[in-house]
Design a protein around this ligand. Structure first.
Ligand code: SF4
Length: 621
């Protein structure tokens, strides 16, 4: 099949049986790939009421037509499944080096069903696929497993996806890890792997990734490389990494402190991009497979208590969630906490969000040291936070409660502590504040997987460094970031675009250097489908509504399109002082243009227009 391997692998972990299948061309065209295919698979194969950690909840690993193609931002694969954290549609995508190897081995998608009675890993060597005993790997961290499996199966060539102890223990926000620096971290899909006793997946591929029009794709790739070298966002990412946003976010009021009570935490400057990129901390930079951006920081700490540490550096989200929001001011400690999460296989955003909630509980006397295994959980105390990260990953003592995420933990603890969980649909909010950019409010509140800054480009549009007029995302929007009017319609275009690039899969970070012509050409020359821009945009709409409809079938209603109380509390100081999103206005603007009925379901008319009659039949039976 031009543009795709056209092949799927299905692994029945209960019976240790592997079967090979083929992809349907018509479905591929309509859903593009990766998270689009994931949505279609979820709809077709997952009982909406299934317990996410039961063997009946499948785990999907999927690629798209751009995955692994040595394109800026083209390194990515997607994981999907009913989320153990949110109990609805879950997806998380990941850069690194796995997608290319998996596709070179000749596969587009992996489906795991059932659950093994003993730890296993899947070894894919081109067409030869087998389940191997992972008893010796169970209990080990992600880093060690990664190195052991590479060594065992040939050194540099094999590429590994694995879980750490967090996934084994089914921490509700456990990550799927590709090596030491790349993570499909959100939604707790690492716990889904753990529930199946699936420790890892190893791919070795000797083939070539099929491209529908290799020469034309190569030309387009050259243009994409040039643009990513000239674009202001990708240039800054290459020079300073995502942590470059810390200092900007202090000024704008975007980066939180003290569990989102401080907007634009001034102390975050002490753990910002300037420090990470200083000679005392920076050891080098790296890129995902085939990407020229080089946004990853490699640490080599040369001073302070963590002197001698060498390893992956934190992203902006790690600095925000484990550093600024917990009032940490020691860069070395934040880097170490970030590394611990990476090795245990925990999502830094949800882990940090849960710790911030616990610290506020301690401050208010809701949780005392005796409840926290003797730990005095004070703001800015890195030792205390590190002890808890280990307890969470191993579900030891108080870690068992915190492993459930802030929403479930607060429901259990009570005493008003649900008032200061900062989550949407159960998923802790990323480190960008909708009070600073009102567009994020509608994006967070209505996102399929809960609050997310990469499901759509609302954040980059709000910063004013990015526009995509064909999706209704104009440069003028940046001038009204603290005015709620107008962001509802913009969210529709942003979500459609996000659904396209997450199905492609294209890294969120390079979307700023892509215009409509690039987008169409990349998809046409890779996939072989003669997409036009309107058709691609309609695919985005279809995918968005499929995810929305799945969530409705899983029990989500209009009541779940909400923001946490804290994000609707007006700040009196900082870059967002006096600013709070008008959710009522924004949702009133958003619903009709998004094609949603007042009860939150896609309207029958919308579903018919997008060819989602099977979804309509279930939603309106
Ligand atoms: S921009 Fe950064 S995260 Fe995205 S693919 Fe390139 S190196 Fe990876």
């Amino acid at each position: 099949m031009a543009g795709f391997e056209g092949k799927t692998l299905e692994v029945d972990l209960t019976h240790h049986k592997i079967s090979k299948g083929t992809l349907d061309k018509d479905i591929l065209r309509k859903y593009i790939g990766a998270s689009g295919l994931g949505a279609k698979l979820m709809f077709d194969r997952v009982d909406p009421h299934v317990d996410p950690l039961s063997p009946k909840n499948p785990f999907f690993l999927l690629t798209g037509p751009l995955s692994g193609n040595s394109l800026p931002g083209g390194s990515r694969f997607v994981t999907c499944g009913k989320s153990p954290l949110t109990n609805v549609f879950g997806e998380a995508n990941c850069g690194g080096d796995f997608a290319s190897e998996f596709r070179m081995a000749g596969w587009d998608e992996l489906i795991f069903t059932g659950a093994s009675d003993k730890p296993v890993y899947l070894l894919i060597q081109d067409d030869k696929v087998e389940l191997k005993d992972a008893t010796d790997l169970w209990g080990k961290g992600n880093f060690e497993v990664h190195h052991l499996l590479k060594e065992r199966h040939g050194g540099r060539k094999p590429k590994v996806v694995a879980i750490g102890q967090g996934g084994e223990k089914m921490v509700k926000y456990a990550a799927v890890c590709n090596g030491e620096k790349d993570f499909a971290a959100r939604c707790g899909l690492g716990a889904l792997m753990g529930s199946k006793k699936l420790k890892a997946i190893v791919a070795v591929g000797t083939g070539k990734i099929p491209l529908a029009e290799p020469e034309k794709f190569a030309e387009r790739r050259k243009i994409a490389i040039q643009k990513s070298k000239e674009n202001i966002i990708t240039m800054v990412l290459g020079m300073s990494g995502t942590v470059a946003a810390v200092e900007v976010s202090v000024a704008t009021g975007d980066i939180p402190g003290s569990n989102w009570r401080i907007v634009g935490n001034p102390a975050a400057g002490k753990i910002g991009g300037a420090v990470v990129n200083s000679a005392a901390f920076l050891g080098g930079t790296e890129s995902c497979h085939g990407c020229v951006v080089g946004c990853k920081r490699v640490m080599d700490i040369k001073e302070g208590p963590f002197k001698g540490f060498k390893g992956p550096g934190p992203e902006y989200e790690g600095v925000g969630a484990l550093g600024s929001n917990l009032m940490m001011e020691d860069m070395g400690a934040v880097i170490k906490m970030n590394e611990m999460c990476n090795d245990y296989g925990l999502d830094v955003i949800s882990c940090g969000g849960t710790l911030a909630w616990a610290m506020e509980c301690f401050e208010k006397g809701i949780l005392k040291a005796k409840d926290l295994d003797g730990i005095e959980l004070k703001w800015g105390d890195a030792d205390a936070a590190m002890k808890l990260i280990t307890k969470i990953a191993k579900r030891e003592g108080i870690g068992d409660l915190l492993a459930e995420g802030s929403k479930r933990a607060a429901a259990k603890v009570g005493l008003g502590s649900s008032d200061f969980t900062v989550e949407v649909k159960g998923m802790e909010v990323p480190m960008h504040d909708p009070r600073t950019m009102h567009g994020l409010a509608v994006s967070y509140a209505t996102g399929a997987r809960g609050a997310c800054h990469t499901s759509d480009p609302m954040y980059t549009v709000g910063t004013g460094v990015y526009a995509f007029p064909e999706f209704g995302l104009t440069g003028a929007l940046a001038a009204q970031v603290k005015i709620s009017k107008g962001w509802g319609p913009a969210a529709k275009g942003a979500q459609d675009y996000g659904s396209v690039y997450n199905a492609g899969v294209l890294c969120y970070m390079v979307t700023g250097s892509i215009n409509a012509e690039d987008l169409v050409d990349l998809f046409v020359t890779s996939s072989g489908f003669n997409y036009t821009f309107p058709e691609l945009a309609e695919c985005g709409e279809r995918i968005w509504h499929m995810k929305r409809g799945i969530n409705n079938l899983m029990g989500m209603t209009v009541k779940d399109d909400r923001l946490p109380v804290r994000m609707l509390t007006m700040p009196t100081e900082g870059g967002a002082a006096g600013s709070v999103p008008d959710m009522k206005l924004m949702l009133e603007e958003f619903y009709p243009i998004r094609g949603l009925a007042p009860d939150g379901r896609p309207t029958q008319e919308t579903l018919a227009r997008l060819g989602l009659n099977d979804l309509a039949a279930k939603l309106y039976k």
